[in-house]
Each structure stands twice: as structure tokens, then as C-alpha cells.
Design a binder for this molecule. Structure first.
Ligand SMILES: CC(=O)[C@@H](O)[C@H](O)COP(=O)(O)O
Ligand SMILES: NCC(=O)COP(=O)(O)O
Length: 258
């Protein structure tokens, strides 16, 4: 069955919106409380993507979720760009990963000022720079996943630099599904998953997945081990509450895998 890892970036975003002027007794632990709630509701893991501009998830949130994940015996997946740009507001992402040692490190090629993740790695350009980072993270005990477009060359290069998994970028799939014509994207992802698994890579997927598209995705793309979902699930939880929202996603994944 495809596991659900809940990305809590947007809980941190809401916390940050007021934390500066109204830290309040409840503001600080918002992310931790959300983490406990989604795990209580059946999520298999936690994901966080701290960004250098501290727009939402902060390094201290990553440490807090690491404590929770360890205590609960579930996985923590930390996402980010290990290439630190000069003058970033907090230590580089790699040093955070090496200090925390999350179960999974998902390396994402986002520029510091990027609005969100919207493309996979260009491994023809960056593979040689990534390889030693991948090695150090694996020596630290992290499973390393590379965020890639569903393209055979990217997946083969991910294997070459020593990744354990790839995370297939599902944004274009989600948009195609919303337009009612996802067949071509699903075929691309199914082929990409087959290529990855043939190379011994595990397959994760994420970005813009939601209750309307995740079931079709895991039914059509064999071998997806984990989806990480944040934006839509947190939005759904505002309407449904954490328990019902997480249960709905887990049901969508289990129903699709049945
Ligand atoms: C890598 C990916 O697709 C998402 O996990 C990313 O973390 C979304 O980042 P924002 O929540 O900042 O849009
Ligand atoms: N890796 C994808 C992720 O963690 C969450 O992406 P989204 O659901 O917020 O688009």
C-alpha cells in the first residue's frame, strides 16, 4: 500500500503569519500539535520543507517533528535544496540534515526565492555536485530521495549519483487531472516508475496531489511507496478536521491499492 506522509509546511505558514506579534502560548507548538493529530488519524509519516527565507517551516520545527517521529516510531521526511545560497538566514540544509538525521532526505532543486517546487533536478548539470552530498547523507543513515520530473534520463542519473529513491513531481499530472485528461501524464509516470524500479530505486510521488487525483494516480502508477501531501490536505482539514481529512486520504490510497 502507498504510505501517506503529511507535509506540515502550511501549518507553519499560518503560525508564522501571527507569531511575530502574538507568539501566544498556543502559537509555538502549532506544528507539533498538527503532527500528533495527523499521526493519531493514521498518517504514516511527517514531511517538512524548511526554506531559507523561513516563510513557513523553520529549523526548530524540523527538530520538534524529529522528536515526535522518533517517539511515535514513524518516519520523518525533510525536503530541501542542499546547495546553500550565500547569505541564507539559517545554516545550509545539508548541515540541518546531518544534525537531525531524518529517516528520509528528499533533495529538491528549489531556488531560495522560488514560490514553490515546480521542477525536478537537472542532474546532467548538478549530478556531480549532488553525489558527495548524497553519500554523506547516506553515511548519516538517511534514505536519500531526489525530486525529479518523470523522465527516464533523470531517473537513470538519480541512480548514478547513489539515490535510494526518486520522488516523481506530480504537479503537471494534477493539473491534467483537473482538466479531465490525465492519461498522457499517467502513462509518463507509470513508465518513469518502471524505469526507477528496474534500477533498484524506490518511487515516491508528490506535489499538488489531493483527494480528487491521488487515487487515480496510485492505481495507474505501480509501485509508489509513499506520497507526501500538504497543500490540499491541510486545506481539507480546515473544513473536515484532521481526523476526517487524513482518514479520507488514507482511504483513497488503500482503496486504490486494493
Ligand atoms: C517538494 C514539493 O513538491 C513540496 O513538498 C514542497 O515542499 C512544497 O513547498 P511549499 O509548501 O513551500 O509550496
Ligand atoms: N513532496 C510533496 C509534498 O511534500 C507536498 O506537496 P504539496 O501537497 O504541498 O503540493
Amino acid at each position: 500500500m502507498t504510505l501517506l506522509s503529511v507535509n506540515l509546511n502550511k501549518v507553519a505558514l499560518m503560525r508564522n503569519a501571527r507569531a511575530g506579534t502574538h507568539p501566544g502560548p498556543l502559537a509555538r507548538p502549532r506544528v507539533e500539535r498538527a503532527a500528533e493529530a495527523v499521526l493519531d488519524a493514521g498518517a504514516s509519516g511527517l514531511t517538512l520543507h524548511p526554506r531559507p527565507d523561513r516563510r513557513h517551516a523553520l529549523p526548530e520545527d524540523a527538530y520538534a517533528l524529529a522528536r515526535i517521529a522518533h517517539a511515535r516510531g514513524v518516519e520523518l521526511n525533510l525536503e530541501g535544496n542542499p546547495f546553500s545560497a550565500p547569505g541564507e538566514s539559517y545554516p545550509g540544509f545539508e548541515s540541518l540534515l546531518l544534525d537531525i538525521g531524518p529517516d528520509q532526505a528528499t533533495l529538491v532543486p528549489d531556488a531560495s526565492d522560488q514560490r514553490t517546487s515546480d521542477h525536478g533536478w537537472d542532474l546532467a548539470r548538478d549530478g556531480d555536485r549532488l553525489a558527495p552530498i548524497v553519500r554523506r547523507l547516506k553515511e548519516r543513515g538517511c534514505r536519500v530521495s531526489l525530486f525529479v520530473d518523470p523522465v527516464g534520463d533523470s531517473i537513470r542519473r538519480a541512480a548514478d549519483v547513489g539515490a535510494d529513491r526518486v520522488e516523481l513531481y506530480t504537479g503537471p499530472y494534477a493539473w491534467a487531472a483537473a482538466s479531465g485528461d490525465a492519461r498522457e501524464e499517467l502513462d509518463r509516470h507509470a513508465a518513469a516508475s518502471e524505469t526507477a524500479r528496474g534500477l533498484g530505486l524506490g518511487v515516491n510521488a508528490g506535489h499538488d496531489l489531493d483527494l480528487t487525483n491521488v487515487g487515480m494516480y496510485v492505481q495507474s502508477v505501480p509501485g509508489v511507496l509513499e506520497v507526501s501531501i500538504g497543500q490540499a490536505l491541510v486545506s481539507d482539514a480546515l473544513e473536515m478536521g484532521w481526523a476526517r481529512a487524513v482518514s479520507a486520504y488514507v482511504d483513497a490510497l488503500t482503496g486504490a491499492s486494493a
